[in-house]
Ligand binder design. Structure first.
Ligand SMILES: [Zn+2]
Length: 251
């Protein structure tokens, strides 16, 4: 990617679905108090096989409102679980069980199954007027050939935890940048996350891109909330400009 004089801050809100409606809405409001009104919101069509998000009109209206106000809506998996995934091999066991708590839906799906889920997700979004130019796999974990399939299907980009991958012809090349991201499942994980993100932010603030990925429960923990507040304040003070993934890859 060409060097840009502008420094960018991309905040992404992961795992939006009817069950996390209130938490994501709180995050959107929290960010707005910093003047951050452009985020990438990652929406799951049928979270954990719990039925289509279409069943919750209130949630759909909220998401449409976010898009109307300048946020980007991103397709984030289809089920966000591994219920119909192939049995785990030793090579995928770490990612599937330990790292993600069995949410790496697109880690090893057969290509045709992956294509069908992407098409279903995109059609669902289109029926609601949501422009899904990007796709992000649950836990950022994808089979190595999945970006090719996503590109074939016309998505503009995908991301991994360590990079942004533009997919349309003429877009800039892969941008390496590690996302800040918290693990909140246990006290020791929260403590380790805070140490890691403090270290990582110290490096990122010297670059031209800060990515901050939030999950629904992150603001519930005072340790996380304090650090997120510090990172946002410091980034804005240093001149990082809030944007979305879609706008970042298209510029
Ligand atoms: Zn997710």
């Amino acid at each position: 990617m060409l060097e840009s004089p502008q420094k960018s801050l991309i905040v992404s809100l992961h795992d939006a679905h009817p069950g996390s409606h209130a938490q994501i809405a709180e995050q959107v409001e929290f960010l707005a108090t910093y003047g951050i009104t452009r985020c990438s919101i990652l929406v799951v069509p049928e979270f954990h096989h719990g039925g289509s998000l279409l069943k919750d009109r209130n949630f759909c209206d909220t998401v449409s409102g976010w898009q109307a106000r300048g946020h980007e809506i991103v397709l984030h998996g289809y089920f966000h679980d591994r219920r119909e995934s192939p049995p785990e091999k030793l090579s995928t066991l770490y990612c599937a069980r330990l790292y993600t708590n069995r949410e790496a839906e697109f880690l090893d799906l057969p290509k045709e199954t992956a294509r069908q889920r992407l098409e279903r997700g995109r059609a669902l979004f289109a029926s609601l007027g949501w422009r899904a130019t990007g796709f992000v796999a649950p836990a950022w974990l994808m089979a190595s050939d999945l970006p090719n399939l996503i590109a074939e299907m016309g998505f503009a980009y995908t991301t991994r935890v360590g990079e942004i991958i533009p997919l349309l012809p003429g877009l800039n090349r892969i941008k390496s940048s590690q996302s800040l991201c918290y693990s909140t499942r246990a006290g020791w994980r929260r403590f380790a996350s805070a140490l890691w993100n403090k270290y990582l932010y110290g490096r990122l603030r010297e670059t031209d891109l800060v990515r901050l990925s939030l999950h629904p429960r992150d603001l519930e923990f005072p340790l996380m909330r304090r650090q997120i507040d510090q990172i946002l304040r410091a980034s804005l003070k240093r001149g990082f400009h809030p944007t979305t993934y879609g706008d970042y890859v298209a510029r």
